[in-house]
Design a binder for this molecule. Structure first.
Ligand SMILES: [Zn+2]
Length: 92
């Protein structure tokens, strides 16, 4: 599948150790208003040291279903209940 995001594949994004190390699904995606940073998280609450910096491409390679969110503007976030669920996008 072609890389869908407008940001460069090597754009730094935030994910969490639960997704990276425990293989948990991505259930929460945020496109931050202030700096345009993408965050791909498991949906649980996080301590600062559980956040990991990775490239946007490595997140997309992990789960292609985040690609559908490429048009989500800054200041919005998306949630889903399970990996095969539809995303629901909301303004922050
Ligand atoms: Zn997590």
């Amino acid at each position: 599948m072609k890389f869908p995001f407008y940001d460069a594949p090597n754009t730094a994004t935030i994910t969490c150790c639960h997704i990276l190390e425990n293989g948990e699904p991505i259930l929460y995606v945020s496109h931050d208003e202030d700096d345009g940073m993408w965050q791909f998280l498991c949906g649980k609450a996080h301590e600062t040291d559980e956040a990991k910096l990775v490239s946007l491409k490595s997140v997309f390679d992990l789960d292609n279903s985040v690609g559908i969110l490429k048009d989500m503007p800054c200041g919005y976030y998306a949630e889903r209940k399970a990996q095969d669920d539809e995303w629901s996008v909301r303004k922050r």
